[in-house]
Design a protein around this ligand. Structure first.
Ligand SMILES: Cc1cc2nc3c(=O)[nH]c(=O)nc-3n(C[C@H](O)[C@H](O)[C@H](O)COP(=O)(O)O)c2cc1C
Length: 192
């Protein structure tokens, strides 16, 4: 019961020159600094998968499922593309099924004026279908390109850090509670 909680952070963008690296690096450092979770980072750009392989049982796909299946909690770092989420992120989500079940998902989002929140609201619907629990609390960066300096340092860190601390505290609560619940009754056995 006391083994460390495993958190998987997932990059939402694979675009060349993506801002995702800056936001994900910040989120990763915040998670590390709290020492609450064992962290694994999944970057869809480094998985060696293409959408045409999605249905095949490749070694890369099996490895992705293994990493998702080992997680107790997820943080998705996503931008907003045309009021939605990027296709590579959906591909990662669709690559697994039971690996998401009865686990909590939190969001760090960014984009223009909306701060990526429209993408997050759409992702809540997607994760509901996968029996995952999405957190109300998250971190959102509107126009992030003026909020980080050229070295990726957040210029006014207090509010985002506070939001991140709240998000991670609640993510930890959900991760612990749901891990214990899954151990008592495997989610696949829950039926009427
Ligand atoms: C195809 C495309 C569509 C976008 N649509 C939106 C949008 O609907 N709302 C928004 O706030 N920002 C939008 N943006 C801005 C992105 O959120 C912003 O460029 C962000 O940095 C993209 O993430 P990335 O650089 O990590 O790929 C869009 C960007 C692209 C490339």
């Amino acid at each position: 019961m006391n083994t460390p909680l495993k958190l998987v952070l997932i990059y939402g963008s694979t675009r060349e020159g993506r801002f995702c690296d800056t936001v994900a690096n910040w989120a990763t450092e915040e998670i590390w600094s709290r020492n609450d979770f064992h962290l694994d980072v999944i970057d869809p750009a480094e998985l060696g998968l293409t959408s045409s392989q999605g249905q095949d049982d490749t070694a890369a796909l099996a490895e992705l499922r293994r990493r998702l299946g080992a997680a107790d909690a997820f943080v998705v770092v996503t931008p907003e593309y045309n009021h939605g989420y990027p296709a590579p992120l959906k591909f990662v989500i669709d690559s697994a099924h039971r690996e998401w079940q009865a686990k909590p998902v939190a969001f760090v989002s960014y984009g223009g004026i909306s701060g990526g929140l429209r993408a997050v609201e759409q992702l809540r619907l997607v994760f509901a279908e996968l029996h995952a629990v999405t957190l109300r609390d998250g971190v959102s960066f509107a126009n992030p390109w003026v909020r980080f300096d050229a070295n990726g340092r957040l210029l006014e860190p207090d509010e985002p850090r506070k939001a991140m601390a709240t998000m991670l505290a609640r993510l930890r609560w959900w991760a612990q509670v749901l891990r214990e619940a899954r151990q008592v009754v495997p989610y696949g056995e829950v039926a009427a």
